[in-house]
Design a protein around this ligand. Structure first.
Ligand code: AMP
Ligand code: MG
Length: 271
C-alpha cells in the first residue's frame, strides 16, 4: 500500500500551485505535537539503525536535497532529523554563493564531488537548484542559460539514479507571515541574531518572484527517480515528522541488511 506521505509528493509532469497548498496544515497527524515528538524520537533511532546497515552493506547511496526560502528551516531539519544518527555515515554539503573558481565553471561542477558514495547519506543544504532560483530571481545569468538548466538537472539526477543513488528532494514551505515571525524572533533574541543577514529584508521583498521560481523548478524537475516533496513547514514538529517519515520509509524500501562476512569468522583465532 502506498504511504500516506505520497500526498506531499509532486507527481512527475504535474504542475504545482503553491498558493493552493497550506503550509500550516498538519493533516497526517491528529494527535498533535506531543505525540509527534515521541514518534520523531522513534523514527530517529530507526533511521540510525538503518544507517548502520547502509554503511555496512556499502551498496546504496542516499542523497537528500533541502531547499526553502530564508528561515524555512533547513538547518533545523538537519539538526532534528539526524540527531542521534552516527555522524560518520552522514555528510552535509552546504551550497553558498559560488566562489570565484566555482562561478568560472558550469553550475554542476561544484555539486558533483559531493554526491554520496556507497554506504553514505549526503544532505544538500541548498543545492544546484539555487542555479534556477536565486540566479533567476536576481538575473545572475541570462534567461537563455538558466532556462536550459532544468533539463540539465533532470539529466544529472537521472544519471545519479541510474548509477544507484536514491534521491529525495524536500521543499520546506512556509508562508510570508511565518517568515516575518521567524525574522522578528531572530532580531529580538541575542542568541539568534547571528542568523540574520542584511540581505534578509530585500530578499523578503522578492517573495513572489521566489515562489514563482520554486513553482517552475519543482514542476519541471519532479521525476520518478528524483521526486520533490512539498513539506508544510510552518509547524516545525510536523516538518520534522514528515521528513523523518519519508526518509525512514524510503530506507525501509531498500530492504537493508547487515551483510554476511566474506570469510568464515569462526575460523579466526583470536588470542
Ligand atoms: P545561507 O543558506 O543563509 O547560509 O545563505 C547562502 C546564500 O548563498 C543564499 O543567499 C543563497 O541564495 C546563496 N547561494 C547559494 N547558491 C547560489 C548560487 N548558485 N548563486 C548565487 N547565490 C547562491
Ligand atoms: Mg540566510
Amino acid at each position: 500500500m502506498a504511504s500516506a506521505t505520497r500526498k506531499y509528493m509532486v507527481e512527475p509532469g504535474g504542475k504545482i500551485n503553491l498558493s493552493k497548498m497550506n503550509p500550516a496544515e498538519t493533516a497526517l497527524f491528529e494527535d498533535g505535537k506531543k505525540v509527534a515528538l515521541e514518534k520523531n524520537e522513534k523514527m530517529r533511532s530507526k533511521i540510525d539503525s538503518m544507517q548502520e546497515m547502509l554503511y555496512a552493506q556499502k551498496k546504496h547511496r542516499i542523497l537528500i536535497v533541502l531547499q526553502g526560502i530564508d528561515t524555512a528551516g533547513k538547518d533545523g531539519t538537519i539538526r532534528h532529523v539526524f540527531e542521534g544518527v552516527n555522524p560518520q555515515g552522514v555528510k552535509v554539503a552546504s551550497f553558498k554563493k559560488p566562489t570565484e573558481p566555482e562561478s568560472d565553471h558550469d553550475f554542476l561542477w561544484r555539486v558533483h564531488p559531493h554526491v554520496p558514495g556507497k554506504g553514505e547519506i549526503v544532505i544538500f543544504n541548498r543545492s544546484h537548484y539555487e542555479d534556477v532560483l536565486v540566479v533567476r530571481v536576481h538575473d545572475l545569468v541570462p534567461e537563455k542559460i538558466w532556462k536550459k538548466r532544468y533539463d540539465h538537472i533532470n539529466n544529472f539526477e537521472k544519471m545519479l539514479s541510474d548509477e544507484g543513488v536514491t534521491i529525495l528532494k524536500f521543499f520546506l514551505y512556509i508562508d510570508r507571515d511565518e517568515q516575518k515571525k521567524r525574522l522578528l524572533s531572530r532580531q529580538s533574541d541575542e542568541t539568534k541574531q547571528w542568523k540574520l543577514s542584511e540581505s534578509d529584508v530585500p530578499e523578503r521583498k522578492l517573495w513572489d518572484k521566489y515562489i514563482k521560481a520554486y513553482e517552475e523548478a519543482i514542476s519541471r524537475t519532479s521525476t520518478k527517480d528524483a521526486p520533490w516533496y512539498v513539506i508544510p513547514s510552518n509547524h516545525k514538529w510536523y516538518r520534522n515528522y514528515l521528513i523523518s517519515r519519508i526518509i525512514s520509509e524510503t530506507m525501509e524500501d531498500l530492504k537493508l541488511k547487515i551483510p554476511k562476512p566474506s570469510f568464515d569468522v569462526s575460523k579466526l583465532v583470536i588470542e
